[in-house]
Design a protein around this ligand. Structure first.
Ligand code: DQA
Length: 150
């Protein structure tokens, strides 16, 4: 059976394509789901792609990964900068984590420069738009083949 990568998306990412396209691009979240799923399949992996506007739901999904996924790719969106609860869940999840952002958060307002998620992530991909999800899936496939020390 294929290994599963859980790909989680936080608040407002359901609006991709319409939301601030100058920053986030014109690709919809459904299109990103398609890109990430195809890329996972090309590595013999299965993508479980989800979005929620609610912090607690994201925490529960991260907790569920412990038994159901080989790794997590997460764009926690605004919760990246605020959520100790998501950080704690990621620290406890027991599988590798890769953080992704469409925009280059370091080029933007100062409050976006700090990420709680990064403390739990093996690596961060940001600034490549929708393609960042494909890069994150490639990186996860590599990590699953040859795990890195946390
Ligand atoms: C984002 C960057 C965050 O700062 C922002 O709150 C988002 C999207 C990104 O993908 O660039 O909602 O995570």
């Amino acid at each position: 059976m294929s290994q599963v990568i859980l790909i989680l998306n936080g608040p407002n990412l359901n609006l991709l394509g319409q939301r601030e396209p100058d920053i986030y691009g014109r690709t919809s979240l459904e299109d990103i789901r398609g890109l990430a799923t195809a890329r996972a399949e090309s590595h013999g992996l299965k993508a479980d792609f989800r979005q929620s506007n609610e912090e607690g739901e994201l925490v529960s999904w991260v907790q569920g990964a412990r038994s159901a996924a080989a790794g997590i790719v997460i764009n926690a969106a605004a919760y990246t900068h605020t959520s100790v609860a998501i950080l704690d869940a990621l620290l406890a999840c027991g599988v590798p984590v890769i953080e992704v952002h469409l925009s280059n958060i370091f080029k933007r307002e100062e409050f976006r420069h700090h990420s709680f998620v990064s403390r739990a992530a093996t690596g961060v991909i940001c600034g490549f738009g929708a393609q960042g999800y494909e890069l994150a899936v490639d990186a996860m496939a590599q990590l699953l083949k040859s795990p890195k020390p946390a």
